[in-house]
Design a protein around this ligand. Structure first.
Ligand code: BV8
Length: 295
């Protein structure tokens, strides 16, 4: 098991060489991205040991039903994740994928992440499909910016992080009582002033954004696919996980990067690559032949 912040990934040389050969011959490449991509940036995954938000299972909060039942709690959940995401920094894997996109017009990244880190790594927008929306579409919730205990949470103690979050509460910390907010504190539609605004993410039971579905479908139907990178995802949420199979049907070979051997997507083939370890360490090494190639 490699530690998430290890810089030099111990990769199987033979596997790496055969992967690099294939990458150098590839022109149409997909990547399916999950929470494990942002783990090295300090953000919790959905299923990881720290997956719980306070005592809540994120899957139970990420539903229209939860929002109808307790919009304040759901808003606090998303504001807390937004707070964490905005003080995290993209890691080397985010930058390597962004660089691959600038070098390979036929590369499309399909992200399940709503943390905004690929965008902040300047991943070209046209080559980044946000399958499940983003935390950064919704307004900052003023009611949550209440005075703190004066101590910025650990991961915010970087100079700019601390300054930016000096007055914010780490409401993901169970020891900090959730600030009491009423429905009147919640953001309303700027036009009708009546209806509640909701976080700009896709909840379970909701369809993915139409324009995104169209973009991905157009790319997949356009031609053969050489490779799909499956990075830091348990690939258990559909339709996102279905894109692996669709890519295979288009001739793609599959390369999985995951910290955990059990999380290999279903239906693996012996021509697949599996690199175990931290995405932030492995992805840059995998993409080196393209990202470091002189123009
Ligand atoms: C829909 C946004 C239809 C919100 C998210 C029963 C069976 C099968 C499917 C279903 C079912 N019942 C319902 C469904 C469909 C459902 C679904 O898939 N449910 C699952 C739970 C079974 N899907 C839906 O509801 C979708 N909508 O189907 O609509 C429809 C169609 C038309 C009209 C109306 C309706 C909507 C799904 C989107 C939900 N929103 N996110 C938010 O973020 O709060 S999903 C959310 O969970 C994430 O976006 C992501 O998709 C998923 C979490 O998965 P991962 O990102 O992979 O994270 P996870 O923690 O699981 O794994 C992390 C991995 O990283 C692990 O493998 C770990 O080993 C690895 N790792 C950890 N550290 C590292 C690492 N790897 C490398 N380096 C490291 N350092």
């Amino acid at each position: 098991m490699t530690s998430p912040s290890s810089t030099d990934a111990e990769l199987d040389e033979e596997q790496l060489a055969s992967f690099h050969d294939h990458l150098k011959k590839s022109t149409r490449v997909l990547a399916l991205l999950g929470a494990g991509l942002s783990a090295a940036s300090g953000l919790p995954t959905f299923r990881g040991v720290e997956g719980l938000w306070r005592t809540h299972d994120p899957f139970s909060l990420a539903t229209p039903e939860a929002f109808d039942a307790d919009p304040a709690l759901v808003w606090q959940f998303y504001s807390s994740r937004r707070q964490m995401a905005s003080s995290a920094q993209p890691n080397a894997a985010h930058y390597a994928l962004a660089r691959l996109a600038t070098k390979m017009p036929g590369f499309q990244a399909l992200s399940q992440n709503v943390d905004g880190l690929s965008e902040r790594a300047n991943h070209p927008q046209k080559q980044l499909q946000l399958l499940h929306g983003t935390l950064f579409e919704n307004p900052i919730l003023p009611a949550l910016a209440v005075p703190t205990l004066g101590i910025a949470p650990a991961q915010h103690r970087t100079s700019e992080g601390a300054a930016e979050h000096e007055n914010e509460l780490d409401i993901s910390d169970i020891n900090v009582p959730l600030p009491f907010i009423t429905i009147d504190d919640l953001p309303r539609c700027p036009k009708c002033k009546q209806r509640l605004l909701r976080p700009g993410v896709v909840w379970f039971g909701e369809s993915l954004p139409g324009p995104v579905l169209d973009e991905v479908e157009t790319f997949i139907d356009a031609d053969k696919i050489d490779l799909i990178l499956v990075i830091g995802t348990s690939a258990r949420v559909t339709p996102a996980a279905d894109y692996i199979k669709q890519a295979r049907e288009r001739g793609a070979r599959v390369c999985v990067v995951n910290l955990n051997t059990d999380d290999r997507p279903v239906g693996r083939r012996n021509k697949d690559w599996f690199f175990q370890g931290d995405a932030a360490a492995i992805v840059p090494a995998l993409l080196m032949p393209i990202t470091e190639a002189c123009p």
